[in-house]
Design a protein around this ligand. Structure first.
Ligand code: BES
Ligand code: MN
Ligand code: MN
Length: 463
């Protein structure tokens, strides 16, 4: 694979321009105002897979946005790699905090990306990382060195919970049959230190509603005499953590896997600077569960966070009012063995039980998924590590991530194969935030590393 480097060098401008075109389509799955754009993006992805050399490329309709499925079967007796990615993106807001419009990609340099980074919503999560696979595949076809079969499954609803993908996978287990699932939708430690994500957290996402009086009231005439839904909601939410930042929902920790001191010591070996972490976020200190360090709090420990809270008057000036209702969106990140549906039930039961008289409370579950851990002794992990070692010059470090890709646990259950999470993004790439970007170095390095994964996976499978 000597020539992958030169192929990338010769084609890099085209690779960048093609990605920029894809990033111009605002495929925001959460907002129906963009539904035509999401559909148009699926067509663009389909076209790119056809051009890259897939034999079969299909748009698979679902009850939501389509799934793009493609394959190149060279020999049914050879292993099959299933590539998963998503073409939908997070909403861009707050739009005023972007330094350039989110769907007008531009290349700018940053301290971490001196060679430039593409700034656009979806640049890293996940259009850029998904497209690396299309270009790596193109290279293997053009150079006649695709060593195995490939299937692509690129969905448009990852950012809203992959609800329809679940049904698609359940109904198409034969079509999706594979020997390993390969995903680039995570990150790595730094451009000098690659890492392979060995764990993802699960998720339970709920919305709560607190209702007091049947209408908004004058806060002087009624204040003090009726329950104020916003005060009550704030109190209820505050009570969900104790003074040690443990979650107070009864049963919440029952199935949480406790890592041994050896495993925690192993984790602590990954390079990490608390000072750099704080300064990157402009924080005077970190915050979290007692007895755990930052890299444990955000990966091996479950959490509960309010993602949004609203109610009452938030317009200009002051309005003296007691709102009739208050709302919040709450996410719980879960660790392997915690069952998201059970956690959703525990939350609901507890939240209803702490509601004082004077208000009524509703809990509406949104979506969720199980966490995931993958072993480091599988053929897939070894192949990925060999690929990174070759392109970065140093072996990859296994890292458990705090993020979630809920469908990964379902893949293992339905398709009976392991997922390898070969991410090329950085935490500083600002996914889900204003000014999301993806380093040109990372994009091209990904395209260079992926074909090596194929090569080593097939080699190791033969043994
Ligand atoms: N690609 C991310 C998940 C991710 C990012 C995992 C970085 C590890 C490292 C994915 O698109 C995502 O944002 N997932 C959602 C969950 C989904 C159900 C909305 C998340 O983690 O919030
Ligand atoms: Mn993603
Ligand atoms: Mn995301």
């Amino acid at each position: 694979m000597e020539n992958i480097k030169s192929y990338v060098q010769e084609n890099k401008d085209r690779f960048i321009n093609e990605l920029i075109e894809l990033l111009k389509i605002p495929s925001v799955s959460a907002d129906t105002a963009y539904s035509q754009d999401v559909i148009n993006t699926s067509e663009a992805v389909k076209l790119s897979l056809e051009k890259a050399g897939c034999d079969l490329v299909e748009i698979c309709e679902t009850d939501g946005y389509p799934i793009v499925y493609a394959e190149k079967i060279i020999d049914p007796t050879l292993p099959t790699v299933l590539v998963y990615g998503h073409y939908d993106v997070q909403p861009a807001d707050p739009i005023e905090l972007w330094t350039s419009p989110p769907f007008e990609p531009v290349i700018k340099t940053t301290d971490i990306h001196p060679e430039g980074a593409i700034f656009a919503r979806g640049a890293c999560d996940d259009k850029g990382q998904m497209y690396m696979h299309v270009k790596a595949f193109e290279y293997m076809i053009q150079n006649n060195n695709l060593p195995c079969n490939v299937k692509f499954m690129i969905e448009g609803e990852e950012e809203v919970g992959s609800v329809n993908l679940k049904t698609f996978v359940e109904n198409n287990t034969e079509k999706l049959k594979n020997d390993v699932i390969l995903i680039s939708d995570t990150g790595m430690i730094s451009n000098q230190q690659p890492s392979i994500t060995t764990g993802l957290r699960g998720l339970s996402y709920v919305e709560v509603e607190v209702t007091g009086p049947n209408r908004d009231l004058h806060s002087g005439l009624y204040g003090g005499a009726v329950a104020n839904p916003i005060n009550i909601l704030a109190k209820m939410i505050a009570s969900l953590h104790d003074q040690n930042n443990h979650i107070t929902i009864p049963g919440f920790y029952d199935n949480v896997e406790e890592l041994s001191l050896e495993e925690r010591a192993e984790m602590a070996k990954a390079p990490f600077s608390l000072e750099e972490y704080k300064s990157a976020l402009n924080l005077n200190d970190v915050y979290g569960e007692k007895d755990y360090v930052t890299n444990e709090r955000n990966s091996i420990r479950p959490t509960l966070d309010v993602n949004g809270i609203w109610g009452g008057y938030i317009g200009e000036g002051a309005k003296t009012v007691i709102a009739s209702q208050a709302f919040a969106k709450i996410s719980m990140r879960l660790v392997p063995n915690q069952d998201w549906e059970q956690i959703t039930e525990l939350f609901t039961k507890h939240f209803l039980s702490i509601a004082p008289a004077g208000v009524t409370v509703k809990v509406k579950p949104h979506h969720g998924g199980q966490g995931y851990v993958t072993p480091t002794d599988s053929i897939g992990y070894k192949a990925a590590n060999m690929a990174y070692t070759e392109t970065f010059g140093v072996p990859a470090i296994p890292v458990r991530s705090g993020g979630s890709i809920p469908i990964v646990a379902l893949f293992e259950k339905e398709l009976k194969s392991k997922t390898i999470l070969m991410g090329f993004g950085l935490d500083s790439d600002a996914i889900h935030s204003p000014n999301e970007h993806f380093g040109i170095f990372n994009y091209l390095k990904g395209i260079e590393t992926i074909p090596l994964f194929y090569k080593y996976f097939v080699e190791l499978s033969k043994k």
